[in-house]
Design a protein around this ligand. Structure first.
Ligand code: ATP
Ligand code: TZE
Ligand code: MG
Length: 266
């Protein structure tokens, strides 16, 4: 890290809230509303601009872009390639979330093609990262079949070959740029009982990357803020529906005191 990670996280969160970065999301139909609410609660400004003919221009003015392959219909696939190409040209950091790749025949080659367009961050569960690194067959639908540490070496290799920061989610998240690796032991299993727990994290990474020079610092800050908020929301062990609502509230409320008290970075 360029700065001590907890300090970098606190500073990055303040920048997100101060700058209200515009985050373009090309994401799946399951999690669109949850993702927009998570970004708004955090202090960012979401825009689900995923139509060919609009995606290019928007990626040039957005602070960050999310490309999530959860439900990649033909029109959205065209817009994804458009947005990623424009983001690369304009220097807009963009996040690739290769949802459920491995065996599925449309999204798997699409993920590899998008990877070649230079995402700033690749975010996925262990099975998705192993599949993108061509070291695994993929997960069970959108869920991981492997543990985070089983994907650690593949994540480092993928970071080195692609130039992206790679983030593997799970009970303990791992973030690597191929040289540096940080683990974040925060979060709550309730995040896996609500759809979009991983998908909204990708959007939050785009918001942090929009306001942070070092993409590795940005990604660590995003995961730390997001998973500490999940811990706040999980207090009292609510059911999954109540947790989802409380999580949005917690993204708005999470602050320095919570980060200092809870962040478990190593
Ligand atoms: N057992 C757990 N304990 C604590 N936090 C967890 C646990 N499992 C996942 N998380 C957290 O949940 C978030 C989403 O991670 P997960 O690995 O479930 O993503 P995913 O499989 O891509 O999700 P999605 O269903 O959105 O595709 C991350 O912030 C991670 O830290
Ligand atoms: C359930 C589901 N199916 C495709 S995308 C998605 C959201 C969680 O990844
Ligand atoms: Mg996922």
């Amino acid at each position: 890290m360029t700065t001590e990670p907890l300090e970098a996280t606190r500073a990055a969160l303040a920048r997100v809230r101060g700058a209200e970065p515009l985050v373009q999301c090309l994401t799946n139909t399951v999690v669109t509303n949850f993702t927009a609410n998570a970004l708004l609660a955090l202090g960012a400004s979401p825009a689900m601009v995923d139509v060919p003919g609009e995606a290019d221009a928007f990626a040039r003015v957005a602070g960050g872009v999310l490309v999530n392959l959860g439900t990649p219909h033909a029109e959205q696939r065209a817009a994804m390639t458009e947005a990623a190409t424009a983001a690369r040209e304009a220097g807009t950091p963009w996040v690739l979330d290769p949802v459920a790749i491995g065996a599925l025949p449309v999204r798997t080659p699409l993920a590899h093609a998008l990877l070649a367009l230079g995402p700033a961050v690749v975010r996925g569960n262990a099975s998705e990262i192993l599949a993108l690194a061509r070291a695994g067959a993929g997960g069970r639908g959108v869920d991981a079949a492997e543990k985070v540490e089983q994907a650690a070496e593949a994540a480092r290799g993928l970071a080195r070959t692609s130039g992206a920061v790679v983030a593997v989610s799970g009970p303990v998240d791992l973030v690597t740029d191929g040289a540096r690796t940080v683990r974040i032991a925060n979060g709550d299993a309730l995040l896996t009982k609500v759809t979009g727990g991983g998908c909204a994290l990708g959007a939050v990474m785009a918001a942090f990357a929009a306001v942070t020079e070092d993409v590795f610092d940005a990604t660590v800050a995003a995961v730390t803020t997001y998973t500490v908020a999940a811990e706040l929301a999980a207090e009292g062990r609510p059911g999954p529906g109540t947790f989802a609502v409380r999580f949005v509230d917690a993204l708005a409320a999470v602050g320095d005191t919570d980060l200092v008290a809870r962040a478990a970075l190593s």
